[in-house]
Write a protein that binds this ligand. Structure first.
Ligand code: SAH
Ligand code: SF4
Length: 349
């Protein structure tokens, strides 16, 4: 734990009150500087020397540091980030064809949900991240790659299991006095925590929601995603419908396509039935290989056929291109290079 106050996890009013800074507009000035990703309090040139000294005595500017940078030939960048208790997470920069840049951030060290096809799930969970650890991932990535357009909570961990800290990080990143990122440019991806979906719909923030459906075959989903046993499909569908209606935002259904597992015509029909009558689009992700897991990549043909079945039924479908795989930075691959030494014991906890 940082011994000093972690300033990147605070809103302007909290900076003023927790660090006893007067007058209060100074809190806003400090917050503005932090959102520019500065590396030292001395860069806060509109503050007096005495105030900068006071800050460096009481506050910690960063509790995360970049321990490794990996770059894929397709433009994907992965930062390995060490936390102050020596645990680590990964943060990924994704570039699309229009050169828009998206930060894919982690919200937990590992993940407790244990989805059968996911590298992060294999690790188990060590702990959830604090708001400052989420915010700093974004700032560190901007420092490396320049201004970013979007942020997706699709890195390590299940954001609904750390919702309060994710909320606080979003409040900081969207605050008009600082980084001023639009809520429309933020997406939270959940494995289907129904309670969290209602909470987000009712209490905000008004961000985009993605739900990792994977398959709409109840038994198969239970086998692939243990969370499905307590969050059944019919109730999940109601929650998605509620979110879309309450927020006016279309929800994305995600499905990692596993070769010969969830790509049959029947699987497509089940997904079509699930999606009928709710405001969703579908994002398909060809499975990225994870060592030691008993799945295989779907063939191009398999993916194409699946897309066609859904499109024929009138669904809006995107098939994600495989990106970041050279550096283990693709969906579901995060964590492997971090905890390789642990991989015999498999679990973080
Ligand atoms: N925990 C959240 C967000 C992180 S996972 C969630 O599960 O939604 C982000 C996405 O990657 C999810 O849709 C998940 O189903 C998918 N995924 C996990 N492992 C994968 C893999 N090996 N290949 C492709 N997608 C994978
Ligand atoms: Fe956790 Fe998401 Fe991986 Fe499932 S897919 S284990 S919820 S990170």
């Amino acid at each position: 734990m940082c011994k000093k106050i972690s300033i990147t996890g605070l809103l302007p009013e909290e900076i003023s009150s927790q660090l006893d800074i007067k007058p209060s507009f100074r809190g806003v000035q400090i917050f503005e500087w932090l959102s520019k990703g500065i590396d030292s309090f001395d860069e806060m040139t509109n503050l007096s020397q005495a105030l900068r000294q006071q800050l460096s005595e009481k506050a910690q500017l960063r509790c995360c540091k970049v321990s490794k940078i990996l770059e894929d030939s397709d433009g994907t960048v992965k930062l390995q980030i060490t936390l102050d208790d020596s645990l680590a997470v990964e943060t990924v920069l994704l570039k699309d064809r229009e050169n828009r840049k998206t930060a894919c951030v982690s919200c937990q060290v590992g993940c407790a949900m244990n989805c059968a096809f996911c590298q992060t799930g294999k690790l188990g969970i060590a702990r959830s991240l604090r708001p400052e650890e989420i915010v700093e991932q974004f700032f560190l990535l901007e420092k490396h790659s320049g201004p970013l357009d979007n942020i997706v909570f699709m890195g390590m961990g299940e954001p609904m299991m750390n919702l309060e800290n994710v909320r606080k990080a979003i409040a900081i990143l969207t605050d008009k006095r600082g980084r001023n990122l639009s809520e429309r440019r933020i997406t939270l991806s959940t494995s289907g925590v129904i309670k969290g979906i209602y909470d987000l719909a009712d209490n905000g923030p008004l961000i985009r929601l993605a739900v990792s459906l994977t398959t709409a075959d109840e038994k198969l989903r239970e086998n692939l995603m243990p969370i499905a046993k307590t969050n059944p499909l019919a109730e999940l569908r109601n929650a998605i419908d509620y979110y879309a209606k309450k927020t006016g935002r279309r929800v994305t259904l995600e499905a990692a396509l596993l070769g010969n597992t969830n790509t049959s015509e029947q699987s497509a029909k089940n997904m079509i039935n699930f999606a009928r009558g709710i405001d969703v689009n579908v994002n398909l992700i060809p499975w990225n290989p994870v060592e030691g897991l008993p799945f295989k990549e779907p063939s191009n043909n398999e993916c194409r056929r699946f897309v066609e079945w859904l499109e024929k039924a009138g669904l809006n479908v995107t098939l994600r291109t495989r990106r970041g795989r050279e550096i283990g930075g693709a969906c579901g691959q995060l964590g492997k290079t971090l905890y390789k030494k642990n991989s015999d014991s498999k679990k973080l906890s």
